[in-house]
Design a protein around this ligand. Structure first.
Ligand code: R5P
Length: 286
Protein backbone atom coordinates (compact mmCIF):
# COMPACT_ATOMS: atom_id res chain seq x y z
CA UNK A 1 0.00 0.00 0.00
CA UNK A 2 1.42 3.39 -1.03
CA UNK A 3 1.48 6.71 0.74
CA UNK A 4 1.79 9.73 -1.56
CA UNK A 5 2.54 13.12 -0.14
CA UNK A 6 2.09 16.64 -1.43
CA UNK A 7 4.83 19.22 -0.83
CA UNK A 8 3.15 20.60 2.33
CA UNK A 9 3.67 17.28 4.13
CA UNK A 10 7.11 16.36 2.80
CA UNK A 11 8.46 16.55 6.36
CA UNK A 12 5.88 14.04 7.64
CA UNK A 13 5.63 11.46 4.86
CA UNK A 14 8.62 9.23 5.67
CA UNK A 15 7.89 8.93 9.39
CA UNK A 16 4.15 8.36 8.90
CA UNK A 17 4.86 5.70 6.27
CA UNK A 18 7.36 3.96 8.57
CA UNK A 19 4.90 3.89 11.47
CA UNK A 20 2.01 2.70 9.31
CA UNK A 21 4.11 0.23 7.35
CA UNK A 22 3.41 1.91 4.01
CA UNK A 23 5.69 2.60 1.05
CA UNK A 24 6.25 6.24 0.12
CA UNK A 25 5.12 6.48 -3.50
CA UNK A 26 7.10 8.52 -6.01
CA UNK A 27 5.29 11.55 -7.34
CA UNK A 28 6.75 14.37 -9.41
CA UNK A 29 5.40 17.80 -8.49
CA UNK A 30 6.54 21.12 -9.88
CA UNK A 31 5.28 24.65 -10.31
CA UNK A 32 5.43 26.21 -13.77
CA UNK A 33 6.70 29.79 -14.19
CA UNK A 34 3.10 31.00 -14.55
CA UNK A 35 2.18 29.48 -11.16
CA UNK A 36 0.30 26.42 -12.42
CA UNK A 37 1.08 23.10 -10.77
CA UNK A 38 2.16 19.89 -12.50
CA UNK A 39 1.74 16.47 -10.88
CA UNK A 40 2.73 13.02 -12.13
CA UNK A 41 2.40 9.84 -10.08
CA UNK A 42 5.33 7.53 -10.89
CA UNK A 43 4.05 4.25 -9.44
CA UNK A 44 1.85 1.37 -10.61
CA UNK A 45 -1.25 1.67 -8.41
CA UNK A 46 -3.95 -0.15 -10.40
CA UNK A 47 -6.23 -2.05 -8.02
CA UNK A 48 -4.33 -0.77 -4.97
CA UNK A 49 -5.35 1.12 -1.86
CA UNK A 50 -3.47 4.44 -1.49
CA UNK A 51 -3.10 7.17 1.11
CA UNK A 52 -2.56 10.80 0.11
CA UNK A 53 -1.10 13.06 2.79
CA UNK A 54 -1.34 16.80 2.23
CA UNK A 55 -2.26 19.85 4.33
CA UNK A 56 -4.05 22.65 2.53
CA UNK A 57 -3.05 26.01 4.04
CA UNK A 58 -3.00 27.60 0.56
CA UNK A 59 -4.93 27.36 -2.70
CA UNK A 60 -1.85 25.85 -4.37
CA UNK A 61 -1.64 23.15 -1.72
CA UNK A 62 -5.32 22.36 -2.24
CA UNK A 63 -4.89 22.06 -6.00
CA UNK A 64 -1.87 19.81 -5.46
CA UNK A 65 -3.98 17.50 -3.30
CA UNK A 66 -6.79 17.38 -5.87
CA UNK A 67 -4.33 16.68 -8.70
CA UNK A 68 -2.71 13.77 -6.84
CA UNK A 69 -6.15 12.30 -6.04
CA UNK A 70 -7.22 12.69 -9.66
CA UNK A 71 -4.01 11.14 -11.01
CA UNK A 72 -4.42 8.11 -8.72
CA UNK A 73 -8.02 7.68 -9.89
CA UNK A 74 -6.90 7.88 -13.53
CA UNK A 75 -4.30 5.20 -12.85
CA UNK A 76 -6.99 2.88 -11.49
CA UNK A 77 -6.28 3.00 -7.73
CA UNK A 78 -9.02 1.03 -6.02
CA UNK A 79 -9.40 3.00 -2.79
CA UNK A 80 -7.94 6.40 -1.98
CA UNK A 81 -7.73 7.83 1.55
CA UNK A 82 -7.13 11.57 1.84
CA UNK A 83 -5.33 12.52 5.07
CA UNK A 84 -5.33 16.28 5.47
CA UNK A 85 -3.63 17.33 8.73
CA UNK A 86 -4.56 21.00 8.27
CA UNK A 87 -7.76 21.51 6.35
CA UNK A 88 -7.90 25.03 4.93
CA UNK A 89 -11.18 26.95 4.64
CA UNK A 90 -12.55 25.09 7.69
CA UNK A 91 -13.32 28.42 9.37
CA UNK A 92 -15.74 29.38 6.58
CA UNK A 93 -18.01 26.53 7.68
CA UNK A 94 -21.17 28.64 7.72
CA UNK A 95 -22.71 31.35 5.61
CA UNK A 96 -22.13 34.09 8.17
CA UNK A 97 -23.30 36.93 5.89
CA UNK A 98 -25.72 36.66 3.00
CA UNK A 99 -23.83 36.43 -0.30
CA UNK A 100 -20.93 34.35 1.03
CA UNK A 101 -19.98 30.90 -0.32
CA UNK A 102 -19.97 27.87 1.96
CA UNK A 103 -16.25 27.41 1.34
CA UNK A 104 -15.63 24.48 3.71
CA UNK A 105 -18.37 22.43 2.07
CA UNK A 106 -17.23 23.23 -1.46
CA UNK A 107 -13.64 22.23 -0.68
CA UNK A 108 -14.70 18.99 1.01
CA UNK A 109 -17.00 18.07 -1.86
CA UNK A 110 -14.14 18.39 -4.33
CA UNK A 111 -12.01 16.09 -2.16
CA UNK A 112 -14.84 13.65 -1.45
CA UNK A 113 -15.50 13.19 -5.17
CA UNK A 114 -11.98 11.81 -5.55
CA UNK A 115 -11.39 9.91 -2.30
CA UNK A 116 -13.09 7.08 -0.42
CA UNK A 117 -12.29 8.58 2.99
CA UNK A 118 -11.23 11.90 4.48
CA UNK A 119 -9.25 12.25 7.71
CA UNK A 120 -8.19 15.51 9.28
CA UNK A 121 -6.80 16.77 12.59
CA UNK A 122 -8.61 19.15 14.95
CA UNK A 123 -10.84 20.47 12.20
CA UNK A 124 -12.36 23.75 13.22
CA UNK A 125 -15.98 22.62 12.77
CA UNK A 126 -15.73 19.19 14.40
CA UNK A 127 -15.12 18.37 18.04
CA UNK A 128 -14.52 15.38 20.26
CA UNK A 129 -18.20 14.82 20.99
CA UNK A 130 -18.31 12.07 18.40
CA UNK A 131 -19.50 14.25 15.52
CA UNK A 132 -17.73 12.82 12.48
CA UNK A 133 -19.53 14.53 9.64
CA UNK A 134 -20.06 18.00 8.30
CA UNK A 135 -22.85 18.83 5.84
CA UNK A 136 -23.37 15.07 5.35
CA UNK A 137 -19.72 14.57 4.43
CA UNK A 138 -18.27 11.78 6.57
CA UNK A 139 -14.79 12.30 7.94
CA UNK A 140 -12.52 11.24 10.74
CA UNK A 141 -11.23 13.96 13.02
CA UNK A 142 -8.09 13.15 15.06
CA UNK A 143 -7.15 15.11 18.19
CA UNK A 144 -3.54 16.27 18.55
CA UNK A 145 -4.13 18.21 21.80
CA UNK A 146 -2.78 15.26 23.82
CA UNK A 147 0.50 15.26 21.89
CA UNK A 148 0.86 19.01 22.53
CA UNK A 149 -0.02 18.64 26.24
CA UNK A 150 2.48 15.78 26.68
CA UNK A 151 5.25 17.80 25.04
CA UNK A 152 4.60 21.00 27.01
CA UNK A 153 4.05 19.27 30.34
CA UNK A 154 7.53 17.74 30.07
CA UNK A 155 8.98 21.28 29.87
CA UNK A 156 7.51 22.72 33.10
CA UNK A 157 7.16 21.83 36.82
CA UNK A 158 3.58 22.52 37.87
CA UNK A 159 1.40 22.39 34.73
CA UNK A 160 -2.31 23.15 34.36
CA UNK A 161 -4.25 23.31 31.10
CA UNK A 162 -6.39 26.19 29.86
CA UNK A 163 -8.49 26.57 26.73
CA UNK A 164 -8.74 30.09 25.26
CA UNK A 165 -12.47 29.60 24.68
CA UNK A 166 -15.28 27.10 25.06
CA UNK A 167 -14.90 26.04 21.42
CA UNK A 168 -11.70 24.07 22.00
CA UNK A 169 -12.83 22.70 25.37
CA UNK A 170 -13.87 19.26 24.06
CA UNK A 171 -10.39 18.68 22.66
CA UNK A 172 -8.75 20.04 25.81
CA UNK A 173 -10.85 17.94 28.13
CA UNK A 174 -9.75 14.77 26.35
CA UNK A 175 -6.09 15.86 26.52
CA UNK A 176 -6.44 16.87 30.20
CA UNK A 177 -7.80 13.47 31.15
CA UNK A 178 -5.15 11.55 29.18
CA UNK A 179 -2.26 13.74 30.37
CA UNK A 180 -3.75 13.74 33.92
CA UNK A 181 -3.79 17.54 34.18
CA UNK A 182 -6.25 19.91 35.80
CA UNK A 183 -8.01 22.04 33.17
CA UNK A 184 -10.26 25.08 32.76
CA UNK A 185 -11.22 27.59 30.08
CA UNK A 186 -11.58 31.30 29.40
CA UNK A 187 -15.10 32.63 29.53
CA UNK A 188 -15.74 35.49 27.13
CA UNK A 189 -18.31 38.14 28.02
CA UNK A 190 -19.14 40.98 25.65
CA UNK A 191 -19.04 44.22 27.67
CA UNK A 192 -19.69 46.59 24.72
CA UNK A 193 -19.81 46.47 20.91
CA UNK A 194 -16.01 46.60 20.76
CA UNK A 195 -14.92 45.00 24.03
CA UNK A 196 -14.85 41.34 25.07
CA UNK A 197 -13.84 40.51 28.64
CA UNK A 198 -11.93 37.24 29.10
CA UNK A 199 -11.56 35.51 32.44
CA UNK A 200 -10.76 31.98 33.56
CA UNK A 201 -13.91 30.26 34.72
CA UNK A 202 -12.77 28.83 38.09
CA UNK A 203 -9.15 27.82 38.32
CA UNK A 204 -6.59 29.76 40.39
CA UNK A 205 -3.50 30.00 38.16
CA UNK A 206 -1.22 31.82 40.57
CA UNK A 207 2.30 30.30 40.66
CA UNK A 208 1.23 27.69 38.09
CA UNK A 209 2.87 26.86 34.76
CA UNK A 210 -0.10 27.37 32.50
CA UNK A 211 -0.37 25.52 29.21
CA UNK A 212 -2.86 27.05 26.76
CA UNK A 213 -3.90 24.87 23.85
CA UNK A 214 -5.85 25.89 20.76
CA UNK A 215 -6.54 24.43 17.34
CA UNK A 216 -5.21 27.39 15.35
CA UNK A 217 -2.82 30.29 15.71
CA UNK A 218 -3.53 32.79 12.99
CA UNK A 219 -2.83 36.45 13.81
CA UNK A 220 -1.86 35.44 17.35
CA UNK A 221 -4.31 37.96 18.85
CA UNK A 222 -6.24 35.39 20.93
CA UNK A 223 -3.13 33.92 22.55
CA UNK A 224 -1.45 37.28 23.22
CA UNK A 225 -4.55 38.47 25.06
CA UNK A 226 -4.88 35.22 27.02
CA UNK A 227 -1.17 35.26 27.96
CA UNK A 228 -1.37 38.80 29.35
CA UNK A 229 -4.41 37.94 31.46
CA UNK A 230 -2.70 34.84 32.86
CA UNK A 231 0.33 36.86 33.91
CA UNK A 232 -1.93 39.45 35.52
CA UNK A 233 -3.47 36.61 37.50
CA UNK A 234 -0.09 35.49 38.80
CA UNK A 235 0.83 32.61 36.48
CA UNK A 236 4.49 31.62 36.86
CA UNK A 237 4.85 30.80 33.17
CA UNK A 238 2.61 30.70 30.10
CA UNK A 239 3.27 28.00 27.53
CA UNK A 240 1.38 27.95 24.28
CA UNK A 241 0.58 25.03 22.02
CA UNK A 242 -1.43 25.07 18.80
CA UNK A 243 -2.09 22.22 16.43
CA UNK A 244 -1.98 24.43 13.34
CA UNK A 245 0.52 27.30 13.21
CA UNK A 246 -1.27 28.93 10.30
CA UNK A 247 0.61 32.23 10.29
CA UNK A 248 4.29 32.48 11.19
CA UNK A 249 3.79 36.16 12.10
CA UNK A 250 1.19 35.11 14.67
CA UNK A 251 3.60 32.60 16.23
CA UNK A 252 6.31 35.25 16.40
CA UNK A 253 4.01 37.80 18.00
CA UNK A 254 3.11 35.31 20.75
CA UNK A 255 6.72 34.28 21.34
CA UNK A 256 7.40 37.88 22.42
CA UNK A 257 4.99 37.59 25.38
CA UNK A 258 4.84 33.88 26.29
CA UNK A 259 7.53 31.62 27.74
CA UNK A 260 7.22 28.90 25.14
CA UNK A 261 5.32 28.56 21.84
CA UNK A 262 5.05 25.34 19.87
CA UNK A 263 2.87 23.91 17.15
CA UNK A 264 2.60 20.60 15.34
CA UNK A 265 3.99 19.95 11.88
CA UNK A 266 0.56 19.93 10.21
CA UNK A 267 2.02 23.04 8.56
CA UNK A 268 5.79 23.05 8.92
CA UNK A 269 7.02 26.09 10.84
CA UNK A 270 10.77 26.06 11.44
CA UNK A 271 11.60 26.71 15.13
CA UNK A 272 8.00 26.08 16.25
CA UNK A 273 6.99 22.68 14.80
CA UNK A 274 8.31 20.73 17.79
CA UNK A 275 5.42 18.28 18.03
CA UNK A 276 5.30 15.69 15.27
CA UNK A 277 2.00 14.24 14.12
CA UNK A 278 3.64 11.13 12.69
CA UNK A 279 2.69 8.91 15.63
CA UNK A 280 -0.94 10.08 15.69
CA UNK A 281 -1.41 9.68 11.93
CA UNK A 282 0.77 6.55 11.65
CA UNK A 283 -1.09 4.74 14.42
CA UNK A 284 -4.44 5.74 12.95
CA UNK A 285 -3.50 4.45 9.49
CA UNK A 286 -2.10 1.24 10.90
C1 R5P B 1 -11.10 30.34 17.04
O1 R5P B 1 -12.20 29.89 17.23
C2 R5P B 1 -9.89 29.49 16.90
O2 R5P B 1 -9.97 28.38 17.75
C3 R5P B 1 -8.64 30.26 17.24
O3 R5P B 1 -8.74 30.70 18.58
C4 R5P B 1 -8.48 31.43 16.32
O4 R5P B 1 -8.58 31.05 14.98
C5 R5P B 1 -7.12 32.09 16.57
O5 R5P B 1 -7.00 33.19 15.73
P1 R5P B 1 -5.96 34.35 16.03
O6 R5P B 1 -4.60 33.72 16.19
O7 R5P B 1 -6.05 35.22 14.81
O8 R5P B 1 -6.41 35.06 17.27
Amino acid sequence: MFLFSGRECGNLAESVARKANLTVGKVKIKTFPDGEIYVRVLEEVKGQECVVLQSTPSNDALMELLFILDALRNLGAEKIHAVIPYLGYARQDKIFLSGEPLSAKLVLEMIKNRAESITTINAHFLDTSGKQSYENIEMKNLNAFTSLADYLKSKVDDPVLVSPDEGALGYLEEAGKLAKLQFDYFQKTRTSDEEVEMKIKEMDVSRKDVIILDDIISTGGTMVKATKILYDQGARSVNIGAVHGVLLEGMEKISQVADLVVCSNSIYRERYSQVSLSELIGNFLR
